[in-house]
Design a protein around this ligand. Structure first.
Ligand code: ATP
Ligand code: MG
Length: 345
């Protein structure tokens, strides 16, 4: 099912939780909503589900205006941010629930419901646990049951609000790999909310970055990571270093020296330079950035150092091989291999 969010605004007591949000969700894609706390991710999911109504704008399911569809008619599978299974029901009863409560005319026969629930239990790799109760499962197992339950109704759209939020990093990594596999097998149109950029980059077909009730950028993980269109997205997705610079004579200047980077079409005057800490060359050249190491720490297989550059206290981070001898007060010259310039606000 294709979902089109068109110029949607949502106010709570005049506070705009969403402001003119438009998003086309393609049939069968897995799209991740990513953004800081309070940016409107849950609100957008609840609007799609029909649990809230927009203050302005429209949502379409295919060609149909969703405001003409009830929550049931939207046929949505939802796994909430703080999700609880029914504690007094077994795992099998939990998964079967959405089918059992259907009106008689659309409810499958009992044997068919049981068969489908067992099939889903197998899909989420929990076969044999159908008679247990939720408190007899681990957190990761419970999340998988929640997902099986959402899938049981054969939803047109699957909405997942930080389904793995409460789990530890290792379990999250396993579950997201597994979610991707399930998605590829079942092909449900899926909107997945996460705080975790690594999760969003790894899992999604497209990424929708939100901030303060607005969509900042939508694109494939590569597009968003390699070509952020705003300082916010550059700073939010992936590690970044940022520095005030001056554009003069078509070049970028830092602390009174040109650093060997062309300004292209950034206008003369104040600007901000963004680059990734791992995307730098250490070079000895006049046209480079020079700085003094202020801190140095080991991050995985590399050494990340903080440098003071340009003489007015601005600091950037760059990555060095972990066995690089630089320590505090070492002077280093470098130049970003890839970068992005934004005019100063
Ligand atoms: N029912 C409500 N009444 C009043 N304000 C609300 C309500 N629901 C959400 N808000 C406000 O709308 C904004 C967006 O909230 P939302 O829950 O969509 O954020 P979020 O991106 O999901 O955040 P998080 O990552 O913390 O879950 C917040 O400022 C929140 O306080
Ligand atoms: Mg939320």
């Amino acid at each position: 099912m294709e979902v089109r969010v068109a110029n949607v605004r949502k106010e709570f007591d005049r506070f705009p939780a969403l402001n003119d949000v438009s998003l086309d969700i393609r049939s069968g894609e897995l799209i991740a909503l990513l953004g800081p706390s309070g940016s409107g991710k849950t609100t957008l999911l609840r609007l799609i589900a029909g649990l809230e109504m927009p203050t302005a704008g429209k949502i379409f399911f295919g060609d149909t205006d969703a405001s003409e569809k009830s929550v049931q008619e939207r046929n949505i599978g939802f796994v909430f941010q703080h999700y609880a299974l029914f504690r007094h029901m077994t795992i099998l009863e939990n998964i079967s629930f959405g089918l059992k409560v259907r009106p008689r005319s659309t409810r499958p026969p009992a044997g068919e419901i049981r068969r489908r629930a067992l099939e889903l239990l197998d899909l989420v790799q929990l076969s044999g646990l159908e008679k247990r109760y939720p408190n007899q499962l681990s957190g990761g197992q419970r999340q998988r049951v929640a997902l099986a339950r959402a899938l049981a109704i054969e939803p047109g759209v699957l909405l997942l609000d930080e389904p793995f939020g409460a789990l530890d990093a290792q379990v999250r990594r396993e579950l997201r790999k597994w979610l991707r596999e399930i998605h590829d097998r079942t092909g449900h149109t899926t909107v997945f909310v996460t705080h975790d950029q690594e999760e969003a980059l790894e899992l999604s077909d497209r990424l929708c970055v939100m901030s303060q009730g607005k969509i900042e950028q939508v694109g494939s993980p590569d597009q968003v990571y390699d070509h952020p269109t705003s300082p916010f997205v550059f700073g939010f997705i992936g590690d970044s270093s940022e520095l005030p610079v001056t554009i003069e004579n078509g070049e970028v200047w830092v602390g009174g020296r040109a650093i060997g980077i062309p300004a292209h079409d950034t206008p003369a005057g104040a600007a901000r330079l963004y680059f990734r800490p791992h995307d730098v060359d250490l070079i000895e050249a006049d046209a480079s950035m020079a700085g003094v190491v202020t801190t140095s720490r080991r991050v995985g297989g590399t050494r990340r150092v903080e440098l003071e550059v340009g003489g007015d206290g601005h600091k950037v981070e760059i990555d060095l091989p972990f066995d690089h001898p630089a320590g505090e007060k070492t002077r280093l010259s470098f130049r970003p291999k890839r970068w992005k310039l934004f005019p100063a606000a």
